[in-house]
Every structure is written in C-alpha cells, then in structure tokens.
Design a protein around this ligand. Structure first.
Ligand SMILES: C[S@@+](CC[C@H](N)C(=O)[O-])C[C@H]1O[C@@H](n2cnc3c(N)ncnc32)[C@H](O)[C@@H]1O
Length: 217
C-alpha cells in the first residue's frame, strides 16, 4: 500500500485484518511468544512500557501483552480494531487488576481530541496497520507537544539474504493476513516531523527496531 491510501482501500484492508485476527486471536500469544524468544528478543515490551508516563495511549493493543508491564501510575487507554483481540486484553486487564480504558477503534481515525496524551505506545503493529503513514499522523495528532511516541516493530533487514527471505514470507503474509515484513516505521516518524531521541536495531539481521520520538509542536 502506498503512502496515505484512499479511505475506501483502508476500509477494505481493515475488514481483512478484522477477519484474520478473529481467527488468530486465540493462538496469538503463543505465536508471538515463539518469535520473541527466537528472533525479536524478549525485553522490548518492558523497554517500551518503561517510557510511558502520564496519560498514555497504546495503539493496536492486541491481546494486551504489554498491560502487566506499565507502571501503576500510568493512566492507560488502549485501542484495537479486532473485538476478539480486545476481548482477550480485557480478560487480562481484569485478571491482573490493571485499570485501562480498552476501546474498539481504528488507528487511522483515533477517537480522541488533539493533544490529549503524554505518551503513545505501539508495539509490533505498524507492520499490520494498513496505512502506517496515516496511523503515525494520528499518533502525532493525539500527542501533546513534547509528548513521546514509543515504537517497537520488526522491520526490513539490512542483511541481504534475510531481506530476501522476508520478501518471500511477505508475499504470502500480505495476502493472507495483511502482515508486512519490510516496512520501516522510522520513515513515517521522520516524515511527520518528530524528533527521534532514541533508536536501536536488534535481533538477527537487525530485524527489530525500537525508537522514541518527540512531538515538537
Ligand atoms: C501483531 S498484532 C500486535 C498486538 C500487540 N500490539 C502486541 O504487541 O502484541 C497487530 C494488531 O494490530 C491490530 N490492528 C491492525 N490494523 C489496525 C487498525 N487499523 N486499527 C487498530 N488496530 C489495528 C490488529 O487487530 C492486531 O491486534
């Protein structure tokens, strides 16, 4: 999908994601856990949540794997497109007694007024959200000036053979569930004029990038 897609394309792509996650939701924790242990690394969730301060929005919260990792004084709102993923996140929040306002919503049209959050967190989701350019623009809109955007995602490798493998996997994963392997969220963050304050790549083939960026104005 090209930068800033048509609204009708986004709606169709969202429908495809909803259908895919309705099926995948019960198995998601096991499958992402496997990839985190073997490829992505297991400390990035705690790293991301440690940056959350004050009014915090998690975009595309999924099954809520980050919920136990936020400090108790973080006031948390989280959205996801998939009712089935959110249902699991709600169960998790209840089980661990984590107060959080969990809502079904679209990352391309966040249902919040401008400049309402101190921190926006998004982990392993800009690879799946249909239009990452628009989604990062929405993240910027709801952040207060000086607020921080915290992203963790798998990205295209800088190692050629790994990149070729990612392209092969992406050929199938984009068609089946809209999952991208070769995106680079950093490009969207820079295009929206954020100041990147922390950035590191990790994992085999440097396929994971985590970054913190500040909304200037
Ligand atoms: C790979 S999962 C990641 C879940 C979670 N962030 C994590 O770290 O485990 C991708 C999530 O993105 C959500 N998603 C995809 N498109 C979205 C959209 N347009 N708006 C909100 N959430 C979306 C999916 O429903 C799914 O829960």
């Amino acid at each position: 999908m090209t930068r800033t897609s048509r609204a009708s394309d986004v709606a169709l792509s969202n429908d495809k994601r909803r259908r895919a996650w309705a099926k995948r939701a019960p198995k998601y924790d096991r499958s992402i856990g496997f990839f985190e242990r073997r490829v992505f690394g297991t400390d990035s969730r705690a790293w991301a949540c440690a940056h959350a301060k004050g009014e915090t929005l998690e975009v595309a919260v999924g099954t809520g794997l980050n919920l136990p990792l936020y400090d108790a004084d973080v006031r948390l709102t989280a959205i996801d497109l998939s009712p089935q993923m959110l249902q699991i996140a709600k169960q998790r929040a209840d089980e661990i007694d984590r107060a959080a306002d969990l809502q079904e919503a679209d990352a391309h049209q966040l249902p919040f007024v401008d400049a309402s959050f101190d921190t926006v967190v998004c982990t392993y989701s800009l690879c799946n959200i249909p239009d990452p350019h628009r989604a990062v623009g929405e993240m910027k809109r709801v952040l207060r000036p000086g607020g921080q955007l915290v992203l963790v995602d798998h990205i295209r490798s800088s190692v050629k053979p790994v990149l070729w493998l990612q392209k092969l996997i992406e050929f199938f994963s984009m068609r089946s569930e809209g999952e991208h392997m070769t995106r680079r969220p950093l490009e969207e963050v820079e295009a929206h004029g954020f100041t990147v304050t922390q950035r590191e790549r990790l994992g085999p083939g440097a396929v994971v990038e985590r970054l913190v960026a500040e909304r200037n104005s």
